[in-house]
Design a protein around this ligand. Structure first.
Ligand SMILES: Cc1cc2nc3c(=O)[nH]c(=O)nc-3n(C[C@H](O)[C@H](O)[C@H](O)COP(=O)(O)OP(=O)(O)OC[C@H]3O[C@@H](n4cnc5c(N)ncnc54)[C@H](O)[C@@H]3O)c2cc1C
Length: 342
């Protein structure tokens, strides 16, 4: 089939990679350049936190998260970056005064899914065997199944792969005005396709009911004095932060969660909270260099769950909220199998 995809952020790319494997020819549309600098998928830390996200999510997230973790390696291999996938587990810790918060967090996960019984309690010695640099923490939990995708490498490598693919035509910096039964409309004309997909994230608010943006802010730090190798969360009664390691002692520190569609630069309050929390977690961050601060909005529906809407010659996928990397491969698989998530 000749298929049109409107929106080539995270979902659009995962769709395109799957559809190419099925032998279709594709036309892609995005109001951004092919490198997707403004997509939420470019801001994301790429954590595959299948258990930790359960604290505030439904078990459907868990099931689709497990499926996506199984699907990611083949997608990354398809675009030549198999090493952008890491599944060596994640760490959750807290300061001693917040241990009740930590215990409550783990108990909540255990109450939601039986597999959470595999989460391991670590004392200082056991933690140091996994992460020698975390010696100042006397208690933590280890979640062996969790991991991460290097989101920025995925975005870059998928751009290169799709741009060079003979079965792809890519309309860059073209704003889609409307999608309807087998048609994508832009600059006043509608192009016909055998099938169309709406993967415009927050840009689809004209068609997707109750779609909202949830603002998230992250820091990128270069911290030569810190050697943490796994995604790590620190719980706190007011804010929860995560540290996601990238090569060469670079760390993504995130993320705020604010009910707002404002994509303007990071606020003073958010920067103080994120940086003081990360410094309290590891004093080696004191001399870290701030190399970037990024803000974006997560496309979110009323129940914070993803939605697949199937129509005649049109499918809309949206609402991946803070779970895009965790869920996109499984949600796309479900959409292509004709299923409806809810
Ligand atoms: C700070 C932050 C941290 C995150 N961390 C994680 C994480 O660790 N793990 C995780 O699983 N998820 C994370 N996420 C969530 C994840 O990034 C999103 O769920 C995901 O990117 C949503 O994918 P999408 O394709 O729907 O939207 P996007 O990635 O935003 O893509 C939408 C695309 O549509 C294009 N578009 C919009 N309107 C139009 C139009 N009219 N015409 C043409 N093109 C259009 C846009 O330019 C964009 O390229 C994070 C998000 C944020 C903001």
């Amino acid at each position: 089939m000749h298929i049109g995809i409107a929106g080539v952020g995270l979902v659009g790319r995962v769709l395109a990679l799957n559809l190419l494997r099925q032998g279709h020819t594709l036309t892609l549309f995005d109001e951004d350049t092919a490198y997707g600098d403004n997509a939420a998928g470019m801001t994301a830390a790429g954590m595959l936190a299948v258990f930790a996200e359960l604290e505030t999510a439904e078990s459907v997230i868990f099931e689709h998260g497990k499926r996506s973790i199984a699907l990611w390696p083949a997608l990354l291999e398809q675009i030549g970056i198999a090493d952008a996938y890491q599944q060596e587990g994640s760490i959750i810790t807290a300061h001693p005064q917040d241990y009740s918060e930590l215990d409550h967090f783990i108990e909540t996960l255990k109450a939601k899914v039986d597999e959470a019984s595999e989460i391991q309690l670590l004392d200082r010695k056991e933690l140091m065997q996994l992460e020698p640099d975390m010696e100042q923490h006397a208690k933590a939990f280890f979640i062996p199944q969790e991991g991460q995708v290097d989101a920025q490498r995925f975005m870059k490598a998928s751009s290169d792969y799709l741009l060079n693919h003979p079965d792809i035509k890519w309309h860059q910096e073209i704003k889609v005005e409307e999608l309807k039964e087998g048609q994508i409309c832009f600059t006043g004309v509608c192009e016909p396709f055998d099938w169309v997909f709406d993967a415009r994230g927050l840009g689809a608010s004209d068609h997707v009911e109750h779609l909202r943006g949830v603002r998230g802010e992250v820091f990128w730090l270069d911290a030569p004095e810190v050697n943490i190798t796994r995604p790590t969360r620190m719980l706190h009664p007011r804010y929860k932060i995560y540290i996601v390691p990238r090569p060469n002692n670079r760390y993504i520190i995130g993320a705020t969660e604010i009910e707002s569609e404002d994509k303007s630069p990071m606020s003073v309050r958010s920067s103080l909270e994120l940086l003081s929390a990360v410094y309290s977690m590891h004093s080696g961050f004191a001399e870290a260099r701030i190399v970037n601060m990024v803000t974006n909005c997560r496309p979110t529906l009323r129940d914070n769950l993803p939605k697949i809407e199937q129509g005649k010659k049109i499918t809309r996928i949206n609402g991946l909220y803070r779970h895009g990397y965790l869920l996109a491969p499984a949600v796309v698989e479900e959409a292509l199998n004709g299923g409806i998530l809810k």
